[in-house]
Each structure stands twice: as structure tokens, then as C-alpha cells.
Design a protein around this ligand. Structure first.
Ligand code: PRP
Length: 188
């Protein structure tokens, strides 16, 4: 079972559901008179985006972008690559970016700057997890679900070598799962 690879649950399924409901209500209130683009950053955003959407009682467009930064290892390499772009123009639109985690904040800075450069009216971020101690670039997401310590986490969208995204909670992987990898593999 997938759960056997997990040392400890950090954010339970129940907590995630409560967080999504709380953030959904806040965003609904803030965007009542707007029709934003709700933009998910693949692939990690998927479970949280779906959970949060249930609680957004507003007119909105749903869009997806794919960006890669970790390349399967446990630490960010600093490379941010857009592998799938949005389908509709963002000029003069309010955008809410949905993320699973803001860590170094390299990814979110690149995306936010790109959207502003394309003429977006506003760009805000909702993230399930915030890891402020991981920051390399400064960034303050407007809507934060849970602030976590600087540990490598998987589940609810977050992967280790593309696995564990389908866990219904966020947890810390047992070290022996990634120990034994070479230094190079460890850093993606
Ligand atoms: C993860 C996550 C964020 C980003 C956060 O995506 O979903 O987009 O890294 O890290 P940062 O703040 O250090 O930039 P990843 O590139 O691993 O792709 P994935 O969502 O497909 O797993």
C-alpha cells in the first residue's frame, strides 16, 4: 500500500477539506463582482483545484498551464519550463492561480510575471501549502491553506518521482524511499 511509504501525515484529508471550504468562501467573497480565470498549474494543482472549485460560487473560466521545476528529485533545480500554455487571452482579466505548494517561489514568480507581462489586470495566488523557509525568491501568496516546515512532502498532488500524487492527504515520505539515490539523482 502507498501509505506504507509514509512516515507521518502532515495535513489530513479532513483538514484539506476544511481548508478548501474556508479559502473557497474567502475567494467567493473577494471575487463576487468579477469573472476571474481560475488557473491551475499542472500537475500538482489537480486535487486541490478540484476540491477548492466546489466552494467557489462565482462565474469564472477554468484554465490550465503546465510548468516543470523539480524534475522528479527532492530539491528544486531552479529551472522553470512552461510545457503547456493557456488557451485563452489573459489581457485585462483577473487571475487566481491555484497551486499545491509555494516553496522556493521560483515557479510562481515566473508565472505571475508572465501573466502581468501579457496584460492581466490582477494576479493572486491560492496555495494549499506554503513552505516559507524554502524561499529563494520573495513571494507572499494571498490565500494560504497550511504553512508547513521545510520538509519534503508528498500526496494530494505532490509527487516524488511522479508517484504519490494520488494520496488523499499530505505526508512526509520515509527517508529510506529516497535514500540510496546518488547526489545527482537526489537533486533531480
Ligand atoms: C511543483 C509545485 C509548484 C512548484 C513549487 O511543481 O506544483 O508548481 O513545484 O516549487 P517552487 O516554489 O520551488 O518553484 P513541479 O515543477 O514539481 O511540477 P508538478 O506540479 O508537475 O509536480
Amino acid at each position: 500500500m502507498l501509505e506504507n511509504d509514509i512516515e507521518r501525515v502532515l495535513v489530513s484529508q479532513q483538514e484539506i477539506e476544511a481548508v478548501a471550504e474556508k479559502l473557497g468562501k474567502l475567494i467567493t467573497k473577494d471575487y463576487q463582482d468579477k469573472t476571474p480565470i481560475f488557473l491551475g498549474i499542472l500537475k500538482g494543482c489537480l486535487p486541490f483545484m478540484a476540491e477548492l472549485m466546489k466552494h467557489l460560487d462565482i462565474y469564472m473560466d477554468v484554465e490550465l498551464m503546465a510548468v516543470q521545476s523539480y524534475h522528479g528529485g527532492i530539491e528544486s533545480t531552479g529551472d522553470v519550463k512552461i510545457t503547456r500554455d493557456m488557451d485563452i487571452p489573459v489581457k485585462d482579466r483577473d487571475i487566481i492561480i491555484a497551486e499545491d505548494i509555494v516553496d522556493t517561489a521560483r515557479t510562481i514568480n515566473v508565472i505571475k510575471n508572465l501573466l502581468l507581462h501579457r496584460g492581466a489586470k490582477s494576479v493572486e495566488v491560492v496555495t494549499l501549502l506554503d513552505k516559507p523557509e524554502g524561499r529563494i525568491k520573495s513571494f507572499d501568496p494571498k490565500y494560504i491553506g497550511v504553512t508547513i516546515p521545510p520538509e519534503f512532502v508528498v500526496g494530494f498532488g505532490l509527487d516524488y518521482e511522479e508517484k504519490y500524487r494520488n494520496l488523499p492527504f499530505v505526508g512526509i515520505l520515509k527517508p529510506d524511499i529516497y535514500e540510496g539515490l546518488s547526489e545527482e539523482e537526489n537533486h533531480g
